[in-house]
Write a protein that binds this ligand. Structure first.
Ligand code: ZN
Length: 536
């Protein structure tokens, strides 16, 4: 083309706003620009239409599509398979993350026909990849002048901030769990860790949130494990970022053990270092804290290649010759993640107890219904509620414990201690029902933790558990405990029941406490409800 025409084309490209596609310089041409990324994922879909399906989770501030792919057999159908989520490019300059996501897509799509392990993973799971959560920053980062041109070392999105010329929100400080809590983000719009004027103020984080929440079906989050790709440092980070405490109140000891074991298992396969997110530095309002804190997804940040270089340019712009080797270096860790991430408790050897059709530690709402028959008679404050039990005593004995069996919350009757005697008493009937669960042909047992304490009582008071068949509505009593004449103090106990007769059925658990006898204090707590796998 004539020079004049070339200059005219360049002028059009520079003035066309978001339509002008930025690109990497020739020396780094192996990196995918946003335009090249979109072309690549469309090509993979076209070549593998049976297992790859592209979709959008929403638009960026400037209106670009936030592209995602689902990879699974029967990809157009939402099957009852554990789901996984990967994402990349929260931070604009962290381009290796996009390359890692494209590597994963290609590994799954191309391996499907030739690698039996990949085929088994794709057939038995539903895998989602969000390739560039921050497409505006992606484009902008390739448009600067100066000695590192065209790179800008840009991190945030490209959303303006009212009252200042400073642009952008740090998307990984904009999530709505403990947002702005703990000194792990900035309130200044000019800061690279600006958290935004409110949680979820960025359209990109809202799009990711809404996609994740759309995967809650029947009260239960389908996404079991998640990795967000960032750079850099070669680290695998587990929650939380907001606190240095290893096991704060909003994490169970069991989940912490699973996080540590699972992260170390991945790190052993790619040579990264595994640590708690806050060991790097305190962050608040970040993605993995929200993913675990509100959804109980086993969520990890991977800080990809390169190792720390002490300069922003060295940290974020490794030469493109590194892409192939560094993304492939993570293959074994990604396969391990996909193998065990459907239930990371399995890494702890707890597959029978914790990886059955149901495991509810009651730390988040997983779709239980209160008063399912509309026949409960206890006053509202006395019915089961999910929360932190307040201790009470009766006749010198503790009647309501001050701790859940695990974590922070349990289902508790009369949860509050009350300021006068017996305001916390049950007095009447309260009922809980789990969501419906598909049992395998040979189910394991039901187990749950409970407290049943009371003053002088009778068999008119009871705690009973039924299994309800969804098809016939028939309820079968599988466990019960009745009141007695003495005073029984609070202690956490384990109950079990055989579910063999219900094999192959869709059922729910119905739990009812009744305080109908002599008017003395009665307290019931329920925690850690499991439908286990049968013994191997
Ligand atoms: Zn990052």
């Amino acid at each position: 083309m004539f020079l004049g025409a070339a200059l005219a084309a360049l002028f059009i490209a520079l003035t066309a706003g978001p339509a002008a596609a930025a690109d990497f310089p020739a020396r780094d041409s192996r990196y995918h620009s946003f335009t090249e990324m979109v072309a690549e994922i469309k090509a993979v879909q076209a070549a593998n239409p049976g297992i790859v399906k592209l979709f959008s989770i929403g638009k960026s501030y400037q209106g670009r599509t936030i592209w995602a792919a689902k990879i699974s057999d029967n990809v157009a159908t939402d099957e009852a398979e554990p789901e996984f989520l990967f994402d990349s490019l929260h931070h604009a300059r962290e381009h290796m993350g996009v390359e890692q996501s494209l590597y994963l897509l290609n590994t799954l799509a191309k391996g499907y026909g030739s690698d039996s392990q990949i085929k088994e993973l794709v057939d038995s799971r539903e895998i989602y990849i969000i390739f560039a959560l921050n497409p505006d920053g992606f484009e902008y980062d390739l448009t600067c002048g100066g000695s590192h041109a065209p790179y800008c070392a840009w991190r945030k999105n490209r959303q303006p901030n009212a009252g200042t010329s400073a642009i952008g929100t740090d998307l990984n400080r904009n999530y709505g769990y403990r947002w702005a809590c703990c000194g792990g983000s900035s309130g200044s719009p000019s800061s690279i860790t600006y958290r935004g004027k409110a949680a979820w103020s960025a359209p990109e984080t809202r799009a990711l949130r809404d996609f994740v929440l759309s995967r809650v079906i029947g009260g239960r989050q389908q996404i079991k494990s998640h990795i967000t790709f960032h750079t850099n440092g070669k680290l695998i980070l587990w929650p939380y970022g907001y606190t240095k405490t290893d096991i704060p109140a909003d994490m169970t000891a069991l989940d912490h053990a699973a996080f540590v074991a699972f992260a170390k298992g991945m790190a052993a396969r790619n040579g990264y270092e595994a640590e708690q997110s806050s060991d790097l530095y305190i962050t608040d309002g970040d993605q993995i804290d929200w993913m675990y804190g509100t959804q109980r997804i086993f969520s990890f940040t991977w800080e990809l290649y390169p190792p720390e270089t002490s300069t922003v340019w060295g940290d974020h712009y490794p030469a493109d010759e590194n892409i192939a080797a560094q993304t492939a270096n993570n293959r074994a860790a990604l396969v391990y993640f996909l193998r065990f991430g459907w239930c990371p408790y399995s890494v702890l050897g707890r597959i029978q107890a914790d990886c059955g059709p149901l495991f509810d530690d009651t730390e988040i709402n997983r779709g239980w219904s209160l008063n399912p028959d509309g026949t409960d008679t206890a006053v509202a404050t006395s019915r089961f509620s999910r929360g932190d039990p307040e201790p009470t005593t009766q006749n010198g004995l503790r009647s309501q414990p001050d701790r859940a069996s695990s974590g922070r919350y349990a289902f508790v009757t009369g949860r509050l201690a009350g300021s006068t005697p017996n305001t916390n008493d049950l007095d009447g009937q309260t009922t809980l029902a789990s969501p419906f669960v598909q049992l395998p042909p040979v189910p394991g047992r039901l187990s749950f933790r409970y407290v049943y304490s009371h003053g002088p009582s009778s068999a008119s008071d009871y705690l009973k558990v039924w299994i309800e068949d969804e098809a016939t509505k028939a309820r079968t009593l599988v466990w019960s405990k009745a009141g007695t004449a003495g005073t029984i103090g609070a202690s956490w106990q384990t109950a079990t029941a055989v579910l063999t007769p219900f094999g192959g059925k869709r059922v729910r658990i119905v739990i009812r406490a009744v305080d109908a006898g002599p008017n003395s204090l009665m307290e019931v707590l329920i925690d850690d409800v499991r439908i286990e796998r049968p013994p191997a």
